[in-house]
Design a protein. Structure first.
Length: 454
């Protein structure tokens, strides 16, 4: 962890969609907790002024931040500044340096398309805005392994790796962090969390909606790039990593990297891609598109702990429900008459549930079992931080634990690289179903996919 606390935040793309939906609500929440004690400088090329940015911030918080806390909003407005200018113009960065004032350790947040990263990074360096500074960058971190390496190379010309904070907001979510805590804070799990007791692991990330007007973006991304390479591999990491050395602040990220390197690169036989009927009618989508809106894969981890344990992952749009759920199935007990498989079930959204599937005696004269679940529900009103508030707060104090490190990003791209693009047919499926029937072949060996309920 870097020792110094940052004393200013400059976020590029201040008039954009990400700032509107996520950044302003996070800043408002920080102000409400009394954590906003530094200048916040929005930078954009929109012809706006500070007054218009304030109005945008108010609308953002009202719409996406759960309503306005007037005292917190007044605090945010007091700290808010604005620089309007072209990212390719040196005068923009000169104006930013002037607006930073006495700040010596700023954070620069690039909430802009990756194509502009190199332009802004070079502009910051030339204007002396990068000294003793940190850099936050949004995913996607490249489109494949080669572009990820190139992007890292561009950033490292100006910023050291310890000063780079790559946001994958999924890591900032409380339920995802709960996976880590549940695994390592409960002694009874470690003896059974291995190939000797676990039969298989399934992860489903289902969305009942489509691309929501983002057809042009989705044509560039697809389900594999959008959620599998980042969000879902992060979940695999927390489920399968070795216990970290908790006295070392980089230990969690070290163990994540080890797992990503142990995952066998995907191949075509372990992949089924799908596209919901009607996707090609979306604005910005090619009428002949072969981009996947659904992807299912079989994953193997070549490690002592997980050898021979299959992991099954699927993600898709226009499925029956919106939820993310993990099912860890234990091996069957010896006597089939007595019981079925036990399991652990983690629902990460929309509600948060940890459930233990057990067997009890079925009422009656015979010694037969029936399944039941012991459930632990997480209280969503417990005052937890939103993912962006948590990640922004961590970046300001130099805690990179929940951010993606260079070697982890590149290792994750290495896993999915062989299945990027149209390497397999894309199968049509009807909205409201669980994807193409072809995906069922992946889980035949375990009796089929686990289907999350509403």
């Amino acid at each position: 962890m870097n020792e110094h606390r940052s004393d200013a935040l400059a976020f590029f793309g201040a008039t954009g969609d990400l700032a509107y939906k996520k950044i302003f609500p996070a800043l408002h929440a920080m102000a409400r907790r009394g954590h906003l004690s530094f200048p916040v400088i929005g930078v954009a090329k929109s012809g706006w002024d500070l007054q218009k940015l304030r109005a945008r911030a108010r609308d953002s918080i009202q719409t996406h931040g759960g309503g306005i806390d007037e005292k917190a909003f007044a605090d945010l407005v007091q700290h808010l500044r604005y620089v309007d200018g072209d990212y390719r113009s040196s005068t923009t960065y000169s104006a930013l340096r002037k607006t930073l004032g006495n700040a010596q350790n700023p954070v620069h947040y690039l909430a802009i398309p990756p194509a502009l990263f190199s332009v802004v990074v070079e502009g910051l360096a030339e204007a002396q805005c990068a000294q003793h500074a940190r850099l936050i960058v949004e995913k996607p971190f490249g489109r494949d392994l080669a572009s990820a390496k190139e992007l890292n190379s561009i950033i490292h010309k100006v910023f050291a790796e310890d000063d780079v904070y790559r946001i994958d907001h999924y890591l900032g979510k409380e339920p995802v962090q709960n996976l880590f805590l549940f695994r390592f804070a409960n002694t009874y799990l470690e003896p059974i969390w291995n190939r000797n007791y676990i039969d298989n692991v399934q992860i489903t990330m289902a969305e009942s909606f489509g691309v929501q007007g983002r057809g042009l973006f989705y044509e560039e991304a697809g389900a594999i790039r959008d959620v599998l390479q980042n969000h879902l591999l992060q979940v695999v990491g927390f489920l399968s990593m070795e216990p970290p050395v908790t006295t070392y602040h980089e230990s969690i990220r070290d163990e994540q990297v080890k797992i990503f390197r142990a995952i066998r690169p995907f191949n075509r036989e372990d992949l089924v891609r799908g596209q919901f009927t009607g996707y090609r009618n979306e604005a910005g989508v090619s009428p002949n598109s072969t981009v996947e809106t659904f992807a299912a894969v079989r994953l193997h981890i070549d490690s002592w702990r997980w050898d021979g344990v299959p992991f099954f992952i699927r993600a898709g749009k226009c499925l029956p429900v919106t939820t993310t759920e993990v099912l860890v199935t234990l091996k069957r007990p010896p006597l089939r008459k007595i019981g079925e498989n036990n399991h652990f079930r983690f629902r990460l959204s929309p509600e948060v549930i940890i459930a233990v599937g057990s067997q009890i005696k079925k009422p009656g004269e015979q010694w037969l079992s029936e399944s039941t679940e012991l459930k632990m529900l997480h209280d969503p009103e417990s005052g937890e931080m939103d993912a962006y508030e948590r990640l922004l707060s961590d970046a300001m104090v130099g805690d990179g634990t929940l951010f993606a490190r260079e070697d982890a990003v590149e290792a994750a791209w290495g896993v999915v690289q062989p299945i990027l693009g149209s390497v397999t047919p894309v199968h049509q499926y009807e909205p409201g179903t669980w994807g193409p029937e072809e995906a069922d072949r992946l889980t035949q060996e375990i009796g089929g996919w686990h289907t999350p309920q509403k």
